[in-house]
Design a protein around this ligand. Structure first.
Ligand code: NAI
Length: 330
């Protein structure tokens, strides 16, 4: 089984090669992302292994089909970048890693909240520069605050439980609520109430046509003045221009993001010697109350181990003709 591996980074290669000793597949690693120009690299392979910013639209899937490819393995949970209808039409199975480490993402969301709130990133730089002043480093107690969790799946509930441990009041919203999650201080409400009542709102639902720009000019207007918004899910959940307006008008007090609407081509790359042509991210980076990490919420040893093991297991199941719960269907 030959697998064309797109968008690889050194850590991918390290973990996949280590885990592949038990499987014996043949990997061809490509640094470039899968798109209309690079799809030809997949010729002579039986499968492609892709990540969050690889493109799998109809045109590309049709090309993959013409090369005889029958399997797309995603080494991530989200599959919003795959045209599932096209994959089904061309008889290509799509398999993913549904949960590699929900703890990793939930813990990163908490790290973002605490860093932004207590201004650790600014204090770190100051102290190293011999500046021991506390001026403008004031934070707020998280204990006793109301935290709204949008999307109560694996990551959302892991996050909710950590925040409950901080002594927060938790409001949940999900399209498919699970009433069993309601305990003392944790209850489901409508999205509007969650946005109006929360001091911190954290997004944990997938990006779908329905959730695209869930945070927009209108929903920002519902927030409490000075609220904090955290997005570790997918960039497209937030209308970036509306977020900038909400920050400029002081409606939004803090914004922490691990994902960005236009992250493709930016995130995961070292662009420190180049001119960044994206004016929206440049504007965001200029706010003192915005904290951005580059899609690293998943990035723990435990998650990398799990991603490699489950992805290779998905390929093995496919080769052996086994159905799998990790198969993504329409
Ligand atoms: P999950 O599938 O366990 O949970 C998603 C939840 O969202 C479900 O409870 C579902 O009912 C809910 N949902 C679906 N549509 C909704 C809607 N319209 N409104 C409100 N809720 C809705 O997924 P999991 O594992 O918790 O992951 C959540 C998201 O986190 C993924 O979709 C992915 O985009 C993102 N993610 C980000 C990573 C990072 O490194 N930043 C890593 C892994 C996942």
């Amino acid at each position: 089984m030959k697998i064309a591996f797109f968008s690889y980074k050194s850590y991918d290669k390290e973990w996949f090669n280590k885990t592949n000793v038990d499987f014996g597949f043949e990997f061809k690693y490509f640094r470039v992302a899968l798109d209309e120009e690079t799809v030809a690299y997949a010729k002579d392979s039986d499968a492609v292994c892709v990540f969050v910013n690889d493109k799998l639209n109809r045109e590309i899937i049709e090309k993959l089909h013409s090369y005889g490819i029958k399997l797309i393995v995603l080494r991530c949970a989200g599959f919003n970048n795959v045209d599932l209808e096209a994959a089904q039409e061309f008889g290509i199975s799509v398999r993913r890693v549904p949960a590699y480490s929900p703890e990793a993402v939930a813990e990163h969301a908490v790290a973002l909240i605490m860093t932004l709130n207590r201004k650790i990133h600014r204090a770190y730089g100051r102290v190293r520069d011999g500046n021991f002043s506390l001026s403008r480093l004031t934070g707020f107690n998280v204990n006793g605050k109301t935290v709204g969790v949008v999307g109560t799946g694996k990551i959302g509930m892991m996050f909710a439980n950590i925040m409950k441990g901080f002594g927060c009041n938790i409001l949940l919203y999900d399209k498919y609520p699970n009433k069993a999650y309601e305990t003392e201080g944790v209850r489901y409400v409508e999205l509007t109430e969650l946005l109006k009542s929360s001091d911190i709102v954290s997004l944990h639902c997938p990006l779908t046509p329905e959730t695209s720009h869930l945070m927009n000019q209108y929903t920002f207007s519902l927030l409490k003045d000075g609220a904090m918004l955290v997005n570790t899910s997918r960039g497209g959940l937030i209308n970036t221009r509306a977020a900038i307006d909400a920050l400029k008008s002081h409606k939004l007090g803090y914004l922490a993001m691990d994902v960005y609407e236009m992250e493709e081509g930016l995130f995961f790359n070292n662009l420190s010697d180049t001119i960044i042509n994206d004016d929206l991210i440049s504007r965001l980076l200029a706010f003192p109350n915005v904290l951005i990490t580059s899609h690293q919420a998943f990035f723990t040893v435990e998650a990398l181990e799990q991603i490699a093991a489950v992805t290779l297991g998905n390929i093995k199941d496919f080769v052996e003709g086994k159905n799998s719960d990790n198969e993504v269907k329409l």
